[in-house]
Design a protein around this ligand. Sequence first.
Ligand SMILES: [Zn+2]
Ligand SMILES: [Zn+2]
Length: 337
Amino acid sequence: MANISTERDGLVDGMPRDERGYWKPDKEFGVPNPVFTWPPDPKAIAKWVKDYIWPINLIYMIVATVTWLYLTPELARMKEFSAGWILEIFIRNQVMLIALATVLHVRLWSQKSQGYQYKWSSNWMSKNKKFLWNDQVRDNAFWSIVSGGTIWTGFEVVMLWAYANGIIPFVDPREQPVWFILILVLVPLWRDFHFYWAHRLLHVKFFYKIAHYVHHKNIDIGPWSGLSMHPIEHLLYYTCMLIHWVVPSHPIHMMMNGQHASFAAITGHGGFDEFVIKDGVKVPSAASYYHSLHHRYFECNYGEMGMPFDHWFGTSHDGTPEAREKMLARKRAMHGS
Ligand SMILES: [Zn+2]
Ligand SMILES: [Zn+2]
């Protein structure tokens, strides 16, 4: 385990931090997708496309394909709802969800394998009475598994049943390979689009009070916080999968959509900007520092930069003191203090 310093200002384990112990990024954040900037910058677009595909979204494509080929019942079996095949899908989804969150949590948060290195906050998971059982990790795991994994599976089961019965448009990759690849590539971008608007709705006072407050109990976040949501929020969050009722797709697209919603929430809330494999060797963690600022300040960064609505609507916070001042002014205007 790396040396954990109690120093609250300056450098902790080599990480630049502010006076509250929060990591001060030494690189640019909140840079909008150059595909949407004018005039177009071909070099920036090419780099963005490369980073978009490689490696994270390529992994999603492979995992969804493997899931379809080896871990999904025959379509013919799913023409009628029955406990057997539904249970198979429920178990495989829960196993994947629990395995991913557990591996990240145990390594980074329990074993503290890299100490504070690349950690956004200097706090660890909290024991606080606002959480179920006064324990953030158990509370977060409860909402993620009991509500998240179940509602995700519910959406997937209905979609597979609809594919099996020819109710929704089915694309055969052997007949329409270009369309198949195009939709596969666009799924994560669609997720960014859907996430922004669903999340914006959840910040309407009514929905915040009945549902979204559960997710926002987490100021400091870890892998289990990602899917720690009220069932009403899960019901809204997974509606991203319903696009396949209207956009002709293969079940691989629909499953990638659901897996992306589940797994990107877990990795996105991971709490560390980089994984340190061993001294001097690190890899990007797929965690979203940008979204962590939403947990800290609430009224900024409702989406991600693939679909830069925050940038367009003036709610983007890139971690700089200037962005913080702008956000505080906006909060004062909203809340009158
Ligand atoms: Zn969150
Ligand atoms: Zn929120």
